[in-house]
Every structure is written in C-alpha cells, then in structure tokens.
Design a protein around this ligand. Structure first.
Ligand code: GTP
Ligand code: MG
Length: 295
C-alpha cells in the first residue's frame, strides 16, 4: 500500500481544480474559466485497493493586489509544506513564457519531488506540444502531458505520482473524498454559478454566507438561506438584475447543482448585500471564512 499527500500548484486557471476533480472522480472543487476561482486549499482523496492519494488543490499563483489575494497566496505557499510531492501544472496551449520557466525553477527548489504536468493538451496542436517539451528539456524535470477534460494520460500520471509516494497505511477512511463540509460546498456552488454568469470584478468581489442549512424533519428537503456579499452598490444592482431576474437565474442554476450534490430537494433563498471593500478587511475576511483554516 502506498499513500501520501500531493500538492497541486500552478498559475491561476491552469486547470488544477478540474484535474483534482477528475482524478478523485467527484467534484470536490469548483471550476470556472476565470482566474482565481479557488480561494483556499481543498483536499480531494483518491482511494484504490493498493494506494491512497490526498491531492491538495490550491489557489492559483497570482500577483496579490488585495488582502484576500494575499491570504490566498499564503494558502498556496503553506500547501507546499508537509507534502510528499508537488504537481506543478502548466497550461501551455499558448506556449511557455519566461515567467513559467521562472516558476518551474522556483518549484525545483522545494525539498520534495516536483513533476511538471502540461494541462489542456486537447486544445494544444501536437507540434506545439512537442516544441514545448523540447523547450522544457533544459529544466531537467519530469513532464507528464494530460487532458483532464478528455481523460488523456491520467493513468500515466497516477503511475508517476505513485513512484514518489511512500509505503504506508491509508491516511483516511475509505469513504472520505474531501476535507470540506457540505455547507462549504454549498457556498462554493453558489460562487461558481456567479463566476460563470457575471463578468469582470463582480464575481471576484463576492463572498457567500450561509445563514441556514437544515434538513426538514421529513428528511426530503434542505432549507438553505444565504447572503451573497458584494463590494459595491452598483455590483448589487447588477447581481440582482432587472426585477430580480439575474439573481433568480443564477440561484436556479445553483439550486439544481445543490440538489445533485445533496441528493435531496433544496428550497433556496438568497439575499444580496453590500459590504464595501470587504476583501481588504482582515476582520471581514475571517468572518467570511478566509484564512482561518478549513470549515
Ligand atoms: N480544454 C480544456 N480545458 C480545461 C481542461 N482543464 C481545465 N480546463 C478549463 O480551464 C479553466 C480553468 O480550470 P480550473 O480547473 O478552474 O483551473 P484552476 O487552475 O483550478 O484555476 P484557479 O482556481 O483560478 O487557480 C476552466 O474553464 C476549465 O474548464 C482541459 O483538460 N482541457
Ligand atoms: Mg481552482
């Protein structure tokens, strides 16, 4: 039996959460086309007969321009401690930049093995993939190209990971797939739908507060009441939409996913409120669950 922790690191939007979800076989982290989707570390556990891998998904490496971003970057740096190996994910479908090379060099300075995973190869012309691999040859790092979306080369990736994991017992019970609560996932599902519908700064300035999360006595329906916190009155107007149309639409997508996730009917009520510049308030960040560990 082999078991261990694997940090999944990379620039924002590299495909970290998508890969973790596919490898674990369940959605443990939300995904969106916008950078900075993941805000905290999330563990996803893959258990098989003779191995168990605990993946640590992390916020993407990004230049912090507010306190929330700094908290997110700290979550990523902290994930590098106490893992058995690092997967450094690189989305090279537009080529490899100097900045990418600099990050690879920095990762190689860590005290655990690092494997470079080239993501999204389904949208990468083959000649570009070959030239990227040639370009990266000088870096003297093991490279595994994958596509999480098309399920390409994932068995190969698992084999490579297992080479670096120590012999040992299971770290978690068989049925554990994440370290996060249902309540956390519910708030993340709401945030995901907002990330998918709204543009620019609006989704980045949103936090979700769950006021109620309870199963009715009949065991068939969850009552969920949540606040969508945004940063500015004009963001609130956009989130609510004309006659409440935007919030209604986004809540309906969220409710459908929540029902799928919980396997029960959901009665969802949402309220949009403004907390000016909450992303720069240490107090409000903690209030909204950032930078205080798992919930
Ligand atoms: N074509 C293609 N798209 C992918 C693949 N993996 C991820 N994506 C897309 O890339 C975008 C970002 O994916 P995420 O998994 O959220 O990326 P991330 O690295 O977790 O991003 P952050 O949490 O913001 O750092 C989404 O639109 C995904 O659907 C892939 O294998 N192929
Ligand atoms: Mg992510």
């Amino acid at each position: 039996m082999r078991s261990g922790y694997v940090a999944v690191i990379g620039r924002a939007n590299a495909g970290k959460s998508t890969l973790v979800n596919v490898l674990v076989g369940e959605k443990v982290a939300i995904v969106s086309p916008k950078p900075q989707t993941t805000r905290d570390r999330i563990m996803g556990v893959l258990t098989c007969e003779d191995y168990q891998i605990a993946f640590i998904d992390t916020p993407g490496i990004y230049k912090a321009d507010n306190l929330l971003n700094s908290v997110m970057q700290k979550a990523t740096t902290d994930a590098l401690g106490d893992v058995d190996m690092i997967l450094f994910l690189l989305d090279a479908h537009n080529g490899v930049s100097e900045k990418d090379i600099a990050l690879i060099k920095k990762m190689k300075g860590q005290k655990v093995p690092v494997v470079l995973v080239l993501t999204k190869i389904d949208i990468m012309p083959e000649n570009l993939l070959i030239s990227c691999i040639k370009q990266l040859a000088d870096e003297d790092i093991e490279i595994v190209p994958v596509s999480a979306r098309k399920g390409k080369n994932l068995n190969e990736l698992k084999k490579v990971i297992l080479k670096y994991l120590p012999e040992g017992d299971k770290l978690f019970e068989q049925d554990i797939i994440s370290d996060r609560s249902e309540k956390f996932m519910i708030s993340e599902i709401m945030r995901e739908k907002i990330l998918l519908k709204f543009q620019k700064e609006i989704p980045h300035g949103v936090a979700i507060i769950i006021n109620e999360f309870s199963l009715r006595e009949n065991g068939k329906v969850y009552d969920i009441n949540l606040d969508i916190v945004c940063e500015k009155p004009n963001h609130k107007a956009i989130l609510v939409g004309k006659g409440g149309s935007a919030i209604k639409e986004v809540s309906s997508f969220a409710r459908a996913d929540m029902e799928k996730f919980l396997g029960r009917k959901v009665f969802l009520t949402t309220y949009v409120k403004v907390e000016e510049d909450w992303r720069n308030s240490a107090f409000l960040l903690k209030e909204h669950g950032y930078g205080k560990g798992n919930t």
